[in-house]
Design a protein around this ligand. Structure first.
Ligand code: HAM
Length: 437
């Protein structure tokens, strides 16, 4: 005999059970609401992209490309990657679909799963959901501030904004960053032995990343490294000052953080992250910045200035739970239908269908157990009322409505059952779908 194989979900990938979806629903609602208000439209790009979209977009020397991507080959030997983030795919879609022909900027948002081969731990998964918000095709410091405001408002609506501090910095233009990187490289050369393994690798490829390394020795060496301020050109400085000015106007508190560089090559000028007040940079709930060069890196013949941010939905949900915020239960069962015998079951199935059509949450009319056993089931399903239909009731053309909390019950003519139930539940509590809502 075959041994029964018990499968587990892939490491670092979680099932989203119904109780998780209750939280997902409120988060998605808050996002959709704020995005719509600010004129954003939803986009969904495929889970898989040609690997070059990410390699070129995010940069070969980044952690994501070096060690975190899920890569596969299709049957025609094309190298594909499961998206580790959404921005590069959105830019690819913008170019491919000629969205540059629309009036600019194009404001898009996505709520989709991403994949990173990270070491799984709390708040860090190999499949996780991101909200990504992108404003593509315009360069104006007011847009950077508006994007940050949108993130802030979503956190405010979810009542967890006081869990975070907004960290902000500028990393200037690619030109001044290159000069800074050369200076950093020179600073760290000769001190390699004191750098962690990752930073030794980063030294010649991406020395900027050493600055936000969490390793204590790397941090000590970083604290005496050249400062970016002296490399920043006037234009970048002015742009950054204006972003901060708008944040002040919008009364968004921020902390300037000169060490914040973000991990991806596509960034320029503004970079920001929302840090958990209790854990700091670890498990930031979201982050983003300006990425004016990404379009050209992905093949555009003209510059496409853009700015955006992404937030991790599981991490948002962890904070909702921490704050003891309970999502409303929209799927509470109103009615259980218990029946005995084949004729009663036929009527019960019809009543169930009528209840559903009227917007009532109802289930039942299944199995062959006794009415008592079915009442127990109704209790387990936490139904407010149970409709009871046995052979006698069918003959008399009546139905019993049992109040599960009070334990009392009454008989009604069968044809009045649905109406009676609706009046008990209240019209406002019915779950009816209207196309176009
Ligand atoms: P990111 O900082 O790499 O930025 O990711 C954004 C957020 O995704 C993180 O702050 C975190 O909440 C969540 N996240 C990342 N990795 C994981 C993981 N392994 N498990 C759970 N959550 C995770 C980006 O992805 C950029 N595309 C942001 C952006 C958009 N920049 C401009 N536009």
């Amino acid at each position: 005999m075959n041994k029964i194989q018990k499968f587990q979900a892939v490491r670092g990938m979680k099932d989203l059970l119904p109780q998780d979806h209750d939280y997902f629903t409120i988060v998605k609602k808050a996002i959709r609401h704020r995005c719509r208000q600010a004129g954003f439209k939803r986009i969904t790009t495929p889970l898989l992209e040609q690997i070059e979209v990410f390699e070129r977009g995010l940069g070969n020397a980044t952690d994501i490309i070096e060690k975190e991507m899920f890569v596969l080959e299709d049957r025609s030997n094309n190298k594909l990657a499961l998206r580790p983030e959404i921005t590069a795919g959105i830019m690819r879609a913008y170019l491919q679909n000629g969205l540059f022909n629309l009036s600019q900027p194009v404001q898009l948002y996505a709520i989709d799963p991403c994949f990173r081969y990270d070491r799984p731990q709390k708040g860090r998964y190999r499949q996780f959901w991101q909200l990504s918000v992108e404003v593509i095709g315009a360069r104006d410091p007011s847009i950077d501030a508006q994007v940050i405001l949108l993130a802030q408002k979503i956190l405010e609506d979810l009542k967890i904004n006081d869990h975070f501090t907004l960290q902000i910095n500028t990393i200037g233009t690619p030109e001044c960053r290159q000069k800074f990187e050369e200076a950093l490289e020179n600073h760290f050369i000769g001190k390699e032995r004191n750098l962690c393994e990752d930073c030794q690798r980063r030294l010649h490829k991406n020395p900027l990343r050493i600055l936000d390394c969490k390793n204590e020795d790397c941090q000590i060496l970083s604290s005496i490294a050249p400062k970016f301020d002296s490399f920043l050109d006037d234009q970048s400085k002015q742009f950054y000052e204006k972003v901060l000015g708008f944040l002040e106007e919008l009364k968004i508190p921020y902390q300037e953080n000169k060490k914040l560089v973000r991990g991806l090559d596509y960034y320029c000028d503004t970079v920001f992250e929302f840090w958990d007040k209790s854990t700091g940079s670890q498990n930031a709930i979201g982050g983003g910045g300006r990425y004016d060069g990404l379009g050209e890196v992905l093949g555009s013949s003209f510059n496409i200035p853009s700015v955006g941010f992404a937030a991790g939905i599981e991490r948002i949900i962890d904070h909702l739970k921490e704050a003891d915020i309970k999502p409303p239960r929209k799927d509470k069962l109103h009615i259980f239908v218990a029946c005995l015998g084949d004729i009663a079951k036929k009527k019960a199935v019809k009543i169930l269908a009528d209840l559903h059509d009227s917007g009532v949450h109802a289930l039942g009319a299944m199995g062959k157990s006794s009415i008592n056993a079915q009442l127990k089931m109704a209790n387990k399903f936490e139904a407010d009322w149970t409709l009871i239909l046995g052979e006698v009731e069918v003959q008399e053309n009546v139905i019993i409505i049992r109040d599960m909390k009070k334990g009392s019950q009454e008989k009604y003519p069968l044809e009045k059952a649905v109406k009676e139930i609706i009046s008990k539940i209240g019209k406002n509590n019915l779950d009816l779908y209207h196309l176009g809502e």
